[in-house]
Design a protein around this ligand. Structure first.
Ligand code: FAD
Length: 534
């Protein structure tokens, strides 16, 4: 197979031109092509006021590839097939069905692979199924009623369900191919396979997750909602059972622990049981909202309204004078800022969008790195305590009703409290309390954000727009803890049979990397054990 890059067409050209240009580049006739697929598509908007191009990389099989390569065609390399290959099944006997805790991307993909290979796993999820969860979240956003186990962080699909569903990753791992093709199998748009910025959107993601669940149940998995693992039982350094909802004891031999970064009660219980964990840096800041139209104009110039381009995005970083990094995170074009709390009396924001990305505002996290040396104790749980302290302050500053504290960028830069919203209507529900965000963030974070906003405006003109809205606070960009695991077996370093997995355990950041980590942990069980007795 050959991979041919740098095939450029104009934004208004038809996609068929790519194939024609490919033939020209390789100096072959169309009839010589045996297989053809688009591997990547990207946008070249560097000359945005003259023209915008689409740039393609394609995979192609042709007659006589060896002969063709002798002529060293430009931008063309030989590649091996890039399909995920199932690993060999082991021979040891399993006494119990494997258990997976958490149905986020890590848990779901671990469960899916084990199910496909005949291991009939049991998937335990503390939250509700995605339909019930949608209603519970709606009630929270409209009426400030937070459900402890059914919210933006907890429930079927995990933290990524109510998200933008961006599937971008810098990870170079063959398992990414499996993740994307399974997403497509279960209903995601096919362009995620090649788009340079693949995205699904909350509306479609919910259906994908339901389809996955149904397939797993049909193939013999058990999926249990409202089943929180409240304790674990360890004998001779080996995990032997999990306790569900403080009453049911489920004996098990293998547990994939994919609990996400917000299960603070579970971390505390694992710590109490002696499972080894350590502090991990994370980031903190607020969501920033601008008019999407302004972002489109800045990124695409006179092509801003072109139907093929959709809502523009950005990704920005700067070094603040106080030594911190400031960066935009999880940008949601045409989306909304959402209330993402998972525990009473704590306030957290994040962002999401539907597949169409057609709402008025663009938003992204504006974050500053927090080092473990900023934490206030040496305990592995100190990062959680740090998050809790500021989330509580934000809750109080917002009015103790899950309204979020917010401030206009102009006021934030001047260091004065805001009193009302102006031209940019903040999208956060249940509502905003205009105030001074410096009262619920560490001083160094505020300082770095102020400096960062001005510096980022040089990269994306309009970023420091006075009326842009900052909604506080964002604390859950990644886990503040790492549960230590052996790099070979992927088991906890001091609790055998326990596989810390995904974002919560500190081994992933984002939907795709979490899913890949889930697959890796499932592979460890597959390569050692046979599903014969299950
Ligand atoms: P999670 O998805 O957090 O899943 C953990 C699951 O475990 C949860 O369902 C939880 O209920 C369950 N659980 C926890 N404790 C227990 C217990 N004791 N017993 C039983 N079940 C338990 N990433 C992207 O790549 N692209 C995006 O566009 C994007 N947008 C996001 C938007 C929002 C609003 C949020 C919150 C996150 C977003 N992320 C995004 C991040 C992404 O969602 C996470 O990186 C990813 O979901 C982590 O996967 P995970 O499986 O490790 O954990």
């Amino acid at each position: 197979m050959l991979r041919v890059s740098n095939i450029k067409i104009d934004i208004d050209d038809s996609i068929e031109l790519v194939r024609k240009k490919l033939c020209k580049k390789l100096k072959i006739r169309d009839g010589e092509i045996k297989y053809y697929s688009i591997y990547k598509e990207s946008i070249d908007a560097r000359k945005k006021n003259e023209k915008i191009s689409l740039v393609y990389t394609v995979d192609v099989k042709v007659n006589n590839e060896k002969r063709l390569m002798k002529f060293k065609p430009k931008d063309c390399v030989e590649i091996k097939t890039n399909k995920y290959r199932d690993i060999k099944v082991g021979s040891e006997e399993l006494e119990h069905r494997p258990v997976i805790i958490g149905s986020g991307p890590a848990g779901l993909f671990a469960a899916l692979l084990l199910t496909q290979r005949g291991y009939s796993p049991i998937l335990l999820e503390r939250g509700a199924d995605v339909d019930t969860r949608t209603k519970d979240i709606d009630d929270f956003w409209k009426n400030s009623k937070l459900k402890a186990n059914s919210n933006v962080q907890f429930g079927e699909g995990g933290a990524g369900t109510f998200s933008d569903g961006k599937l971008t990753t810098r990870l170079k791992d063959i398992r990414c191919e499996k993740v994307l093709s399974e997403f497509i199998n279960f209903g995601a748009p096919e362009d995620i396979q090649y788009s340079h910025k693949p995205h699904v959107g909350t509306d479609i993601l919910k259906g994908v997750i339901k389809n996955m669940r149904e397939e797993m149940i049909n193939l013999g998995a058990e999926v249990r909602f409202n089943s929180q693992v409240t304790d674990i039982q360890i004998e001779d350094g080996k995990l032997v059972a999990v306790v569900i909802n403080d009453k049911e004891v489920l004996p098990t031999q293998h547990v994939i622990l994919a609990i996400g970064h917000s299960a603070r009660d579970t971390y505390r219980s694992l710590y109490k049981n002696g499972v080894e964990m350590e502090q991990k840096p994370f980031a903190m800041g607020a969501r920033i909202e601008h008019p999407q139209e302004m972002i489109n104009k800045t990124q695409y110039g006179k092509f801003a309204d072109h139907p093929k381009l959709g809502a523009a995005d950005y990704r920005l970083t700067a070094h603040a004078d106080n030594g911190r990094s400031v960066y935009t995170f999880c940008m949601c074009p045409g989306g909304s800022v959402i209330a993402s709390a998972s525990s009473e009396g704590h306030l957290v924001t994040n962002g999401m969008s539907e597949h169409a990305r057609d709402l008025e505002n663009a938003n992204s996290g504006l974050l500053v790195n927090i080092e473990t040396s900023d934490f206030e104790s040496d305990s592995p749980l100190a990062g959680i305590e740090y998050q809790e302290k500021y989330e509580k302050l934000a809750y109080e500053l917002g009015g103790k009703n899950y309204n979020a504290p917010a401030q206009l960028v102009g006021d934030f830069l001047e260091g004065k409290a805001s009193t009302s919203i102006k031209s940019v209507k903040g999208s956060y529900q249940p509502g905003l309390t205009m105030t001074d965000l410096s009262n619920c963030l560490p001083d160094f974070v505020v300082e770095a954000m102020r400096d960062g906003i001005v510096k980022l405006d040089h990269k994306l003109h309009g970023f420091a727009m006075e009326d842009a809205v900052l909604t506080g606070i964002e604390t859950r960009s990644s886990s503040p803890i790492r549960i230590k695991r052996d790099s070979e077996t992927l088991e906890s370093v001091n609790t055998k049979n326990l596989y810390p997995c995904g974002e919560g355990a500190g081994y992933a950041g984002g939907i795709v990397t979490a899913a890949v980590d889930g697959i890796k942990c499932a592979e460890k069980i597959i390569e050692k054990f046979s599903p014969r007795n299950i």
